[in-house]
Ligand binder design. Structure first.
Ligand code: ADP
Ligand code: MG
Length: 407
């Protein structure tokens, strides 16, 4: 979830305490508890959102039992607005089950007394409660009780892309090039679905920690707290407070607050660069001039002979220079300063599909450009057993400050 510039709202506004207090005027103001939804073609109040969704309405004690009282050693992740815990429920009744039996779920518990947290909670219920797509995480239910706000999702056994790309250690071996393309494709399909005419939704917080992976490395977008309906009628953009994450947010959005689907395409380009390079969008631990991935990589992306400098050393021998050049050209288009020059996500999907075909052809011919050097094995190499299969992901705290921070 994202955090607004100040956190001021958090401290000035009393926490919402029940359904009635949360109905608000339908003026579309970001401070009201009304969320517009083109799926239903109306502005919907909180009550309507909760009633219309097919989600299970959990009690707080259900979820307390399911997570064994939110045990610290079952934390899967966390951010500014709360923590995510692993839990177990019976797949039919959804009643808490013994650990190791029934269905595994991920339970996000928001900090209490947060106005912004409540709004993001409601946005997730609104969007994920209506959408069903293989590249969006499935929301199973929610809990709204007193000051408690929780969300219950399908459990994603391999956790976030962020962990796989950037955590070091035996649990997280480097992802192979094939798997990186697979994840890039899945995430692109998720965004393309949101942007499609039918829904017209802008995701607004596309980044590696919000891309979750199932046991087969299928990518699913989660964390819809900042999602927003796109412009209606002949409007070109929606005007919003600037929220999101440094390093991923599009420059024109940062400068003006004008949000379009092309803002998501920019963030997608940044994630593509992270997949190519294994470098974080922002990393202040790197030498001067290399802190911002976009700024550092741009000159290389534009130069066909220097593209390999952007590529992750750990991928040596897994891609051809042709493929690297094509991915670089795509990433460069996505991060264009001029939003109109960025491709639509549907086009990105097609390009990544072609790259996948191309990569498969090449690996069949085993013609990689630098295959002579011994390379380290990575997860997803053919013949290499997938490490960590079905394993429980160790709890990790969220990224410390040298990396991307919330806006
Ligand atoms: N369904 C899930 N399955 C497994 N891990 C999850 C799940 N949902 C979230 N997580 C973990 O928790 C982290 C934070 O979740 P997220 O929904 O992005 O919350 P936040 O609003 O704090 O950013 C993710 O990056 C991921 O590591
Ligand atoms: Mg998140």
């Amino acid at each position: 979830m994202g955090i607004c510039f100040s956190g001021r709202i958090k401290s000035q506004t009393p926490p919402p305490t029940g359904l009635n207090s949360q109905y608000a005027s339908s003026n579309g103001n970001e401070n009201s508890y009304v969320i517009s939804s083109k799926v239903s073609s109306t502005l919907r109040t909180e009550g309507e959102i909760l009633q219309s969704s097919n989600l299970k309405d959990f009690t707080f004690s259900d979820l307390k039992n399911a997570t064994r009282n939110f045990r610290p050693d079952s934390v899967l992740g966390g951010g500014g607005f709360g923590s995510v815990f692993k839990g177990w429920v019976d797949e039919n009744s959804f009643i808490a089950a013994k650990p190791g039996t029934g269905m595994i779920v991920a339970v996000k518990k928001l900090h209490q007394e947060s106005f912004q947290g409540h709004r993001e909670w409601l946005a997730e219920v609104n969007y994920l409660g209506q959408f069903s797509h293989p590249n969006l995480v499935k929301l199973i239910g929610y809990c709204l009780e007193d000051d408690y706000r929780l969300l219950v999702y399908e459990f994603m056994p391999r956790g976030s892309l962020e962990n796989h790309l950037f955590r070091r250690g035996s649990y997280f071996q480097p992802l192979s090039w094939g798997l990186r393309l697979k994840v890039a494709l899945g995430a692109a399909k998720g965004l393309a679905f949101l942007h499609s005419d039918e829904s017209g939704v802008i995701y607004r917080d596309f980044k590696t920690s919000n891309i979750l992976l199932d046991s087969n490395y299928n990518a699913k977008l989660s964390d819809f707290g900042l999602a927003k309906d796109g412009p209606t009628g002949d409007k070109s953009h929606v005007s919003t407070r600037v929220m999101g994450t440094h390093g991923y947010a599009a420059p024109e959005y940062l400068a003006t607050g004008h949000l379009t689907t092309k803002s998501d395409v920019y963030s997608y380009g940044v994630v593509l660069l992270e997949l190519m390079s294994g470098r974080r969008a922002i990393d202040k631990n790197r030498p001067t001039g290399e802190h911002k991935l976009v700024d550092w990589s741009k000159p290389y992306l534009a130069n066909k002979r220097k593209v390999y400098r952007v590529m992750d050393n750990r991928l040596e021998g897994q891609y051809t220079i042709d493929v690297a050049q094509k991915v670089a050209a795509l990433a460069l288009k996505c991060i264009s300063l001029e939003p109109r020059l960025r491709p639509k996500m549907e086009e990105v999907v097609k390009e990544i599909e072609q790259l996948q075909d191309f990569s498969n052809l090449d690996s069949n011919r085993s013609g990689s450009h630098n295959g002579s050097r011994q390379r380290r094995r990575s997860v997803g190499d053919s013949g290499n057993k997938i490490a960590n299969a079905g394993a429980y992901l160790r709890p990790y705290a969220s990224s410390p400050t040298p990396y991307s921070t919330k806006i």
